[in-house]
Design a protein. Structure first.
Length: 384
């Protein structure tokens, strides 16, 4: 949730919004479950007690317990994991992991994934591993041990990009990217042997055109507003991108991959890449980056256990008329059934940004907010 709206929430306490008069282009069509959307919003704060919680990276390196009752927040610079009770809204304890030695954590962990049974997967640039809440390393994940059918070397691939585990199935998943062919794939490998296979994702080939880079001497500028992402949940793997409403769905039990597309009424179905990712000047780079940033950006798929439905946000950056004013966006919400059939879409004019690191808990949408360097959550209660 954006900072301006958060300030309003803090000042007014519980506030209520109605989206019934939202943009008319399709938002009130028959069969749109979101056409009469309204919601209330409030803010809750986590009591740090005697602990210091570093919010340098927000929730970028955090994950939730399967029941949504706990948040595991890692600050990678000092290897401190905070265990936060979301029911009591307080830090329950902090765990100090080792930087080196047999129980050493990955150097500056990229992501954290809670695996259940008091285990966590920490993904690093050079090394990764599975640890317990006693600060012990249980398993090392070495890139050199990965063996994927048809792939003999990691030279042209990034085996551990977007690495996630499905511990129930003892499987790991990632999104290898072939630099030469500019193609993305889904890698599926066993957690113990690291043996597996790669499945191509041909419909996502165009997303490579959003990987912008300009080099000048020893310096370089990079941008990517359509990165490919992966999530594992409910016996399936979702592969999606900010740059398109379409996505791949891999059914773990059936070993099948399906590509799902949509025809939206309120927003474009996907971004349009720049004419060429080959940029000859910093001015060309800035122009291409802004061109992609000004287009639709889709968020993560969010599962609401109470409703048995998925939701997803999207946003389009508004023209910047005043360089001194904070940027604003048109924000949209999309609803799907459990099989990802589109049920509705609506513009939420009360929001200027997509909520930050959103998740559903007890039927309400929670999203991260930083309140004067204290951890808080904006809580939205949707009514349809």
């Amino acid at each position: 949730m954006n900072k301006q709206l958060l300030i309003g929430v803090l000042m007014l306490g519980l506030v209520s919004f109605s989206c019934g008069n939202s943009k008319n282009t399709g938002s009130n069509t028959e069969g749109n479950m979101l056409k009469n959307l309204s919601f209330t919003a409030d803010t809750v704060l986590v009591d740090p007690g005697d602990y210091l919680l570093n919010l340098q990276f927000g929730l970028l390196k955090a994950d939730f317990s399967d029941d949504g009752k706990y948040l595991y927040h890692l600050h990678p610079s000092d290897q401190v994991l905070s265990v936060i009770d979301l029911e009591k809204l307080k830090i329950e304890r902090q765990i100090q992991y080792e930087k080196e030695g047999p129980n050493g954590m990955p150097d500056f962990a990229i992501t954290t994934q809670f695996l259940g049974d008091n285990k966590l997967l920490f993904l690093g640039m050079q090394n990764s591993g599975i640890f317990n809440l006693g600060a012990e390393k249980l398993t090392s994940l070495n890139r050199d041990s990965v063996k994927l059918e048809g792939i003999t070397t990691e030279k042209d691939y990034t085996f551990f990009y977007q690495l996630e585990a499905a511990p129930k199935h003892n499987l790991l998943f990632s999104i290898p990217h072939n630099v030469e062919s500019e193609q993305y794939s889904l890698a599926i490998f066993d957690m113990d042997s690291l043996n597996g296979k790669v499945i191509g994702l041909p419909e996502f080939g165009f997303l490579s055109n959003f990987e912008l880079i300009f080099r000048e001497g020893r310096s370089s500028s990079t941008a990517n507003t359509a990165s490919v992402q992966l999530s594992t949940e409910r016996d399936q793997v979702l592969v999606y991108s900010q740059g398109t409403s379409s996505f791949y769905r891999y059914d773990i039990l059936k070993d099948t991959l399906v590509f799902k597309t949509y025809e939206h009424k309120l927003v474009p179905n996907q971004k349009t890449p720049p004419a060429s990712p080959q940029l000859k000047s910093k001015e060309e780079f800035d122009e291409a980056a802004n061109y992609t940033k000004d287009q639709i950006s889709f968020g993560d798929f969010l599962w609401d256990e109470n409703r048995g439905q998925y939701f997803r946000f999207g946003s389009i950056r508004k023209p910047i008329l005043d360089p001194q004013a904070p940027p604003k966006n048109e924000v949209f919400l999309f609803a799907y059934d459990s099989d990802f059939n589109l049920l509705g879409e609506v513009e939420i004019k009360e929001l200027n940004f997509q909520p930050s690191w959103p998740f559903f808990k007890d039927g309400k949408l929670w999203s991260y907010v930083n309140v004067e360097d204290e951890l808080g959550f904006a809580v939205m209660d949707f009514k349809f």
